[in-house]
Design a protein around this ligand. Sequence first.
Ligand code: 5AD
Length: 472
Amino acid sequence: MPSVFIKTYGCQMNERDSEAVAAQLVAKGYSLAPDERVADVVLLNTCSVRDLAEQKAIWKMGNLAGTARKQGRDQVLGFMGCMAQSRGKQLIESLPDVDLVLGTQKFHRAAEYLDALLSGQREKIVDTAEEAGSQAAIREHLLTGAADKKSVTAFVSIMQGCNQHCTFCIVPFTRGEERSRTIPDVVAECRELVARGVREITLLGQIVTSYGKRDYPAKDGKSAFVQLLEAVHEIEGLDRIRFTSPHPKGYGDDLVEAYGRLPKLVESAHLPLQSGSDRLLKLMHRGYTRERFVGLVEKLRHVQSGMGISTDIIVGFPGETEADFEDTLSLCRQVEFDLAYVFKYSPRKDTPAATMPDQLSEEVIEERHQRLLNLTNELAAKKYEALIGSTQQILVEGPSRRNPARYEGRTRSNKIVVFPGSERHRGHLMNLRIERTGSFTLYGDPAVVGMESEENAPSFTPHPNDSPAPAS
Ligand code: 5AD
């Protein structure tokens, strides 16, 4: 059977989509190639959020096509995901070696289309059409992590699309209108994952706080998303729940209160700020003010003092003045994020911001980017250092990505802790004393550890749907 290699660009949603496509192909008899050079099929799962991400994937495809030609190999090459959706057949026009362009509502068709291409039934396929119900089609899991061992954590897609239309953002065009899966459907998938040994689930969507708005009316003051959290929380054997990406304006009191009430909902929130200037927030169509954002952070920290708060910030949005930028700096000083992803503004096709006046020069954007990074890194380092000497609960995920001789897990507040562990720790909740910090990493002391009792240890009973190891 043919082998496939999938390379993923971009966010966790993309990682999840790639995993689902890989699982689907493996179920149809494909194998996962260890390397793009030996694969019969190479798929690039693309990101459109910034131009750089698109350029990287286009460059990569040109490279793949060149190598395949030089070696006289008949590789099937495909783009899928966000850039496939936004550029469609134009990708084949500019890169004629590309055989497949698979949009964001078509991941479940990958096997069918690849079969047709490999058997020579069809020569080129572009499918970027909308498909009703496609949000519920991303459900297969591989669940194999490092060293072919079972994953302890898993992503579950709960909704697709976004109706917010922030003026800088291409996502509504690439992912479409908001469509949610049903609560029973999501819960069933989570249950199955837990039965396969998963102990932490991250609920995913482009704007999860808008989950189920149209389908589930608020009940006892609880939004559809909080109702979903409660339903997932009921699952026995599940230890931790996370979610991403939310919108700050979607954090109603019901969600803030859920952090205090649902022990499996860990103390971690990603709150994309984008800017600290009210003037820019308005131009960005974000739907909150600086004051409301700061108020939300305060509320969350009031409910859970150890709340880890991460954010996304854009520098160089059209018209951003030095004073606007200073507002962002001052908000960061005030809030002290645990982690900030800082992005240089990138004009995106069909978005209102792309044609706004006063687009900033690259030099200004670069300079602000550096200044903000310096500040957010310095503030984050302080947050990490403040944890030295404290005891943190971690869920052990496997060998450390930085140093495979060690093991790592995450704190409830979403910080990586590296410690001298072994395979028997995988999947366990442990209490570690934090000894020192590195760059966005904590180091735990193995001498002062507590591990939950063996009876609670997860059983990794092979599941009938289990698939061979992924090729990473
Ligand atoms: N330019 C730069 N950054 C962007 N993001 C989204 N669109 C753009 C853009 N056009 C950032 C936002 C978002 C994150 C996923 O990517 O900060 O939260």
